[in-house]
Design a protein around this ligand. Structure first.
Ligand code: BES
Ligand code: MN
Ligand code: ZN
Length: 499
């Protein structure tokens, strides 16, 4: 993946800036800022005339391309609305619009200037972070299984961000690093999510984890095969792969950013590389989208990649429960009962409720790390899409402080979540006549009963579950979104005390 180079620099005179694309961020205002006046003169007054004519409004996300000069080949006016009311939401909107315009124009380099916002801008770091994140995201293109002829190359190679007095160069550099690292993490997630199920198998995820450990000195990977998992008693996880030719894998990635004596934060990802539903077979329509069912695992890769790029001063253990859910003569059948690593027996009433079956053993496994907190991430239920659509990730937790931190991280990164209850009353739905618990509820609140199931394996530590079935990928155009990597990175940064 060729990644975009983004740097923060001091740029004093906009009219003397040599670049193929100069982006001027402007507030919604009738008069032009001091710093942009010389540029306006150089361009024969086109900036002030566009504002006067109403061709450029200055609203957050509004934009207008102007032909440039000998110094800046083309100029993009980018509206920022009221910079004294800059939020994560408006910063994201501005970042998305600027990024889209730049990656689809022929320029190989660009300078983005914040000078005209200097007087009023409140959250310069938020804006610079979002610009860097959105540029990195917009630059990503899937190409793994496309031949050369179909690959439209990105012209844009380098972007310079000029804070122009909105914040110090050091602060701007730090914000660029956070935004770019988050974007690179999210792009890794998207790539894994986009890869087809015949390539991205559990073994492929294991090899990608080993590759990530080669990229970062601070990361190490180990993988448990089916024999080792059987020794540990992970028969719930193993039951999911029974029908598949692809062996299941438990992937453990350790990020060391602090002293070994510091207890780690654990991220646990659902890594179903393809979910047919198993014997409880899914209908055929859109079944291809079930290659995205390792989105939780993908986000663990993405968050760890970003954490390592940012050298966060904490320890993190990422655990991925990877399996393929297939029907076959050896597949698990409805009514089958398996014993999980915790000792609890599970009656599998629906083989399509497989995510919780792989996660429960991974949740028991992470007890050995004495984690400070455990967050699992999973494309767990279709019901969460009914409840929240594509906008918010479902958050479930046995700890209010952890839930609040994840909600706050979502707001701050504008990768938002919404909390649901996991009250005792819901747990009754999981009663089974033939085992300690059933793997599906008896009716209603499908996302909650799924979370209740998981919570019964996470009783010994602070735990949260993120249901990302609605947020990890889009249906049209199809593809991974990289969510909830921005939320996770924000949460980890906060826990590392670098905010
Ligand atoms: N991977 C699916 C959840 C899913 C559905 C993600 C649609 C994205 C889009 C999960 O394994 C599943 O099949 N869940 C079932 C649970 C049910 C059988 C209790 C569901 O949501 O229908
Ligand atoms: Mn399923
Ligand atoms: Zn699934």
């Amino acid at each position: 993946m060729a990644s975009l180079s983004i740097t923060a620099k001091t740029v004093s005179a906009l009219e003397q800036t040599k670049t193929q694309a100069l982006v001027i961020l402007l507030p919604q205002r009738k008069t032009l800022h001091q710093d942009a006046k010389a540029l306006d003169v150089q361009l024969g007054g086109t900036i002030s005339r566009s504002i006067k004519l109403g061709d450029f409004s200055g609203k957050a996300g509004s934009q207008l391309w102007l032909p440039g000069s000998n110094n800046a080949q083309r100029v993009l006016l980018m509206g920022c609305g009221d910079p004294s009311a800059m939020t994560a939401s408006s910063a994201k909107k501005i970042g998305e619009a600027a990024a889209k315009a730049l990656v689809s124009c022929p320029a190989a380099d660009a300078v983005i200037a914040l000078h005209a916002l200097a007087a009023k801008l409140t959250a310069a770091d938020t804006l610079i972070e979002q610009l860097s994140l959105q540029l990195t995201l917009a630059h990503y293109q899937y190409s793994h299984t496309l031949n050369q002829r179909k690959k439209p190359a990105r012209a844009l190679k380098r972007v310079t961000l000029a804070a122009g007095g909105t914040c110090s160069l050091a602060k701007a550099r730090a914000a660029v690093q956070v935004g770019a690292a988050t974007g690179q993490g999210a792009n890794l997630t998207r790539e894994l999510v986009n890869l087809p199920g015949n390539i991205c198998t559990p073994k492929y995820l294991a090899s990608e984890a080993r590759r990530l450990a080669r990229t970062h000195k601070s990361l190490s990977t180990s993988v448990l095969d089916e024999r080792k998992m059987a020794e540990l008693g992970m028969h719930s996880l193993l039951s999911v792969g029974n029908g598949s030719e692809q062996p299941s894998q438990l992937i453990v990635m350790k990020y060391r950013g602090a002293a070994a004596s510091n207890r780690p934060y654990c991220l646990v990802g659902k890594g179903i590389t393809f979910d047919t539903g198993g014997i409880s077979l899914k209908p055929g329509a859109k079944m291809d989208e079930m290659k995205f069912d390792m989105g939780g695992a993908g986000s663990v890769f993405g968050a760890l990649h970003a954490a390592a790029l940012m050298a966060l001063p904490i320890n993190i253990v990422g655990v991925i429960a990877a399996a393929e859910n297939m029907p076959s003569g050896r597949a698990t059948k409805p009514g089958d009962v398996f014993t999980s690593m915790s000792g609890k027996t599970i009656e599998i009433l629906n083989t399509d409720a497989e995510g919780r079956l792989v996660l429960c053993d991974a949740l028991t496994y992470v007890e050995r790390f004495s984690p400070v907190e455990v967050v699992d991430i999973a494309t767990l239920t279709g019901a969460i899409i009914v409840a929240l659509g594509q906008e918010a990730t479902g958050i479930f937790s046995n700890d209010d402080r952890l839930a609040d931190s994840l909600l706050a991280a979502g707001e701050r990164s504008h990768d938002r979540g919404w909390r649901f209850p996991i009250w005792e009353e819901y747990h009754k739905q999981l009663d089974s006549q033939f085992a300690d618990l059933a793997n599906i509820g008896t009716g209603g609140a499908g996302s909650i009963t799924a979370a209740c199931f998981l919570s019964q394996f996470a009783e010994s530590y602070k735990w949260a579950h993120l249901d990302i079935a609605g947020t990890a990928f889009r249906g049209a155009p199809k593809g991974g979104t990289g969510r909830p990597v921005p939320l996770l990175v924000q949460y980890l940064r906060e826990r590392a005390g670098v905010l």
